[in-house]
Design a protein around this ligand. Structure first.
Ligand code: COA
Length: 435
């Protein structure tokens, strides 16, 4: 059968497509800007015929109605990355959280640890050969679709066609055509503190470095101070609008990405329509699944890989907590440890953890003597290289525990330094500076 006939045959209404989901099914859903919004809306509309449908995804920037208290008997969300839409449900016990490195999510599906009944995905329209691109979310979405018994695809005219990862019409069970804006997130506002952090981080970035930057105002603050660098490259899990600005300014060329010369390498994208237009049919952007982008055996071979990630707290031993506040699950490890380790393995690489020195309007120090009850270690002290705050850079590699404590106290907010010194002595980490 020609792919066009197959495409027509599989094209159904939203109602018909989602009627393939059964009670008790596990549905893996594309995430971030790749969220198939129409499919989720229809799934929620059909709630009354459904019980116990498990909905798995990472970052949710959509409405997450299935997390509402009234949905409890119909849907159970299993979050791989807690965010504003799922945090309340997870912490109230109405939804679950599964800790996992981003790079290892595909294995959960491929090795049937979490067998996938249904994949709900969003794609760009087919090319002349019948291949549809995964657009802005390839990450675990492609592996999930490849493992699922049923693949339901929203084929959205407004999904950019990105290069690197495709699915053929023949591998889809049901297709629903839509034409609606994909989810966007606005450019962040950068605070003065973040600017200072950005400046410190940028001082660690040499010309020809390949960068992994997370999302949000801190990465954008770093980008602001990279304008005078030369020939930077991007090998990351996701990128946003700020990186495109640097490409247009000739700073990012990807020339010295030794694995994929000339290419931006990422597994998902989140930003404004301007970003989505930039990546549309753009051969300089290579979108690959997360078990490629974040795989230490891959990213670790990229020369001069500089990873920049943020966290919630660092203790005086150099342990990093990025995803819990006390017992409460705040986010997840995501790709932090993947890239910290890849940057450590990379020839010339540097792993940077950057954060403001305080939180809650300077009421609490994010550098603490020891973590409070419930906090989980995200990145171990053995993995951490640089910790950066607005007060400077602590290079922890090769430092003793006492030297680490001193280096970290030196970049804490001045109003907390005395207390931290006292606490360091109490826990046997008499800082090198103390008498
Ligand atoms: N104790 C209590 N609250 C804290 C805190 C601390 N030590 N540190 C931060 N907070 C609060 C902030 O005050 C803020 O609260 P508010 O929303 O009420 O103002 C909230 O937590 C978020 O802090 P913020 O600094 O704005 O977070 P962020 O948006 O910059 O995200 C992380 C920081 C650590 C949550 C985020 O980077 C993350 O999830 N990292 C792990 C995953 C990762 O690194 N992925 C890598 C590639 S994308």
């Amino acid at each position: 059968m020609s792919w066009k006939r197959d495409y027509e045959r599989k094209g159904v209404s939203l109602e018909e497509a989602l009627s393939a989901v059964r009670s008790g099914n596990r549905a893996v859903v594309g995430h971030a800007a790749g969220e198939p919004v129409s499919l989720l809306e229809e799934l929620v509309r059909q709630k009354d015929r459904l019980t116990d449908v498990e909905i798995i995804h990472m970052i949710a920037i959509g409405r997450t109605e299935y997390c509402d208290p009234a949905m409890e008997q119909h849907f159970r969300h299993n979050s791989l990355f807690v965010g504003p839409g799922s945090r309340k449900a997870v912490n109230e016990g109405r939804a679950d959280f599964t800790p996992v490195f981003f790079s290892e999510i595909p294995r959960l599906f491929k090795e049937n640890i979490l067998p996938v009944d249904v994949a709900l995905i969003q794609l760009s329209p087919p090319d002349k050969h019948g291949y549809m691109s995964y657009g802005v979310s390839v990450d675990y979405t492609k592996p999930a679709a490849e493992c699922a018994n049923i693949v339901i695809a929203e084929v959205n005219r407004q999904m950019p066609r990105t290069h690197g990862s495709y699915i053929h019409v023949s591998d889809i069970s049901y297709l629903v055509e839509t034409d609606r804006p994909i989810l966007e997130i606005p450019r962040p506002k950068i605070s003065e503190v973040e600017e200072k952090i950005g400046e410190h981080v940028a001082s660690l970035v040499p010309d020809r470095a390949n960068l992994q930057l997370g999302i949000g105002s801190l990465p954008d603050a770093v980008l602001k101070f990279l304008a005078d660098k030369k020939d930077l490259g991007i090998h990351t899990e996701m990128f946003s609008d700020g990186v495109v600005d640097l490409f247009r300014a000739g700073v990012v060329t990807n020339k010295y990405n030794n694995l994929n010369p000339g290419k931006f390498v990422a597994c998902f994208l989140m930003g404004t329509r301007d970003l989505y237009d930039f990546v549309d049919d753009n051969p300089v952007v290579l979108m690959r699944p997360v078990d490629y982008t974040n795989n230490i055996m891959v990213a670790g071979r990229v020369n001069n890989l500089i990873s920049v990630n943020s966290c919630l707290q660092v203790d005086l031993f150099g342990q990093v907590c990025s995803d819990t506040i006390g017992y409460k699950q705040f986010s997840a490890v995501g790709g932090q440890v993947d890239f910290v380790r890849a940057a450590s393995a990379s020839p010339g690489g540097k792993a940077i953890i950057a954060m403001p020195s305080t939180a809650k309007k300077e009421a609490i120090s994010k550098i603490v003597a020891t973590f409070g009850e419930g906090a989980c270690v995200t990145t171990s002290r053995n993995d951490v290289h640089y910790v950066v705050t607005e007060y400077g850079i602590a290079d922890l590699r090769g430092k003793t525990s006492r030297e680490r404590a001193k280096a970290l106290i030196d970049i804490a907010h001045p109003k907390f330094r005395e207390t931290l010194e006292r606490q360091a002595i109490e826990i046997g980490l008499r800082p090198a500076c103390a008498g």
